[in-house]
Structures are given as C-alpha cells and as structure tokens.
Design a protein around this ligand. Structure first.
Ligand SMILES: Nc1ncnc2c1ncn2[C@@H]1O[C@H](COP(=O)(O)OP(=O)(O)OP(=O)(O)O)[C@@H](O)[C@H]1O
Ligand SMILES: [Mg+2]
Length: 250
C-alpha cells in the first residue's frame, strides 16, 4: 500500500493573529514496499507532514492518500512512531508491546502468542517480563517499535524514531529496523536529521527546504540490498550522502 500527497499545504494560525505557512505545497508518491527518508531543516514542516499522513491533522489545501484512498483519519493499517518511546513504566515489555491488541479487544492468549513471535525479531527474547525501567534506551526504543509492528501495519510513519539515542546504539538499531523491514516490507516514511542513517536505510531520500517546506530534491539510493553498516564506507554511499548534503545546503 503506497502513500502520496498532492499539493498539500498547511497554514497554522500564528499566535497573536496572522498566519504561519508551515508546509508546502508538496507533491510526491511513495511506492508500496519502499523505504523513503525525509530530511530538512528544523521547523520546515516534517512532523506536520507526518501528522497529515497519519490522519491526525487535515491539510489546509491539497490531499493525502493511503493507496488510492484519501486520508480522512487514523488507520490501523498505519503504524506511527515518534522520537519519545512513551512506554508505560508500570507495564512489562510484553504488555507494552501488546497494548494496541489489548485496546483492540484481542484475547490475552492471542496477545502473548503474537508478542512471543515478535520478541526475537526485536532482539528482546529474554525481556518479555522486564519493566521499562530495567531497559537501556535502545531496548526501550525496540519495545516501542514492537508496539507499532504488533498491529502488522502496511505503512510505517517514523518521526525521528532514534533521535534520543547515542550514535552507536542508533546505528545498531537502524540496522535492526532494516532487518525487520526486509522481512515485512512495509512502506516506510522516516524523518531523520542523520544523513548517513537516511542513505543507509532508504531507497530514496527526500530533501525539504526551509519553512514552508517543499521538496527540493528527491535522491535515489542505488546501494544494493541487503545492506550492512560497512556499506557506509563504499563509494556509492559517500557520493549519495554528499548529494544529500549538497541539496540541504550545508
Ligand atoms: N500546532 C501548531 N500550531 C502552530 N504552529 C505550529 C504547530 N505545530 C507546528 N507549528 C509550526 O509549524 C512549523 C513546522 O513545524 P514542524 O513541527 O512540522 O517542523 P519539523 O520540520 O518537524 O521540525 P523539527 O525538525 O524541529 O522537528 C514550525 O514553524 C512550527 O512552529
Ligand atoms: Mg519534527
């Protein structure tokens, strides 16, 4: 299931009157099963765009589509993840991951079976009964990814999902995400500030301008898959990262 936006514009009411053009117009399409990253300066409208695609906010103008269907509200086919993992400290790892199923009225037995299946993929096999306070930052973020994946979404919207992590943990967990994606092939749109991360994971990198953000470059990443961390030392990688950096203008 692909994603697309057509002439999407978002204008906020500015504090104290007046208007604040935050985004657009933007038009692009993401093919079903492809991994696309979105980079751009702070405040250019990336999170706004994610919220529009998640059905949490209506564009001022233009339209967003999930497949062929105009987006009019949140969908269970879409998994959404923000920078802050937002785990519930009083629930175990398995109960945090199973939360969406619990809210959906799925039986305890089915919930735990689904979590049991997912834990090895997340590298959390022995931690189902642990509490968030007993986890490292990277592990907590994996639990948050699990909570998104448990619903088997066809589309993932990730807004700086690894922003709070240190560089090494972040590298490792992004490679883990790549493995999960290779298995399920969701359509992914990921916002990141990290150019290397964008290039390593993506089929395409979209670059946005300053607010109101517009797409100023759409850069294909031709690195072969499956990819691994060592790919960042390759020629193709260096050239692509350079292209992205040049498009951002720094
Ligand atoms: N609810 C809101 N009301 C008014 N203005 C808002 C609101 N949310 C965001 N804005 C403004 O819209 C612009 C875009 O914000 P947005 O959060 O989409 O940027 P961003 O690209 O995600 O930035 P960052 O990289 O810092 O996360 C900013 O100028 C921000 O001040
Ligand atoms: Mg943001």
């Amino acid at each position: 299931m692909g994603l697309s936006v057509r002439n999407v514009t978002l204008v906020y009411n500015a504090p104290g009157g007046g208007v604040l053009p935050a985004l657009g117009p933007v038009t692009f399409q993401i093919e079903s099963g492809s991994f696309v990253s979105l980079v751009g300066p702070s405040g250019c409208g990336k999170s706004t765009l994610i919220r529009i695609l998640a059905g949490l906010q209506e564009p001022t103008r233009g339209e967003a589509f999930l497949g062929d269907i105009p987006i009019s509200g949140p969908s269970s086919r879409v998994g959404l993840m923000f920078q802050d993992s937002n785990l519930m400290p009083w629930r175990t790892v398995q109960d945090n991951i199973a939360l969406p199923l619990e809210l959906g009225g799925i039986s305890k037995q089915e919930r735990y079976a689904a979590v049991e299946n997912l834990l090895p993929t997340l590298g959390l096999s022995d931690f189902g009964l642990a509490y968030p306070g007993e986890l490292s930052g990277g592990m907590a973020q994996r639990v948050a990814i699990g909570r998104v994946l448990i619903q088997k979404p066809e589309v993932l919207l990730l807004d700086e999902p690894f922003g709070a992590l240190d560089a090494l943990t972040r590298e490792q967990i992004s490679v883990d995400l790549l493995e999960v994606w290779a298995q399920y092939r969701q359509t992914v749109l990921m916002v990141t500030h990290d150019i290397n991360e964008a290039v390593l994971l993506s089929d395409r990198v979209l670059v946005m301008s300053q607010r109101p953000g517009q797409i100023i470059a759409d850069i294909p990443v031709t690195l072969e898959r499956p990819r691994c961390l060592e790919d960042i030392y390759s020629d193709v990688f260096g050239k692509t990262a350079q292209q992205v950096r040049a498009a951002i203008g720094r």
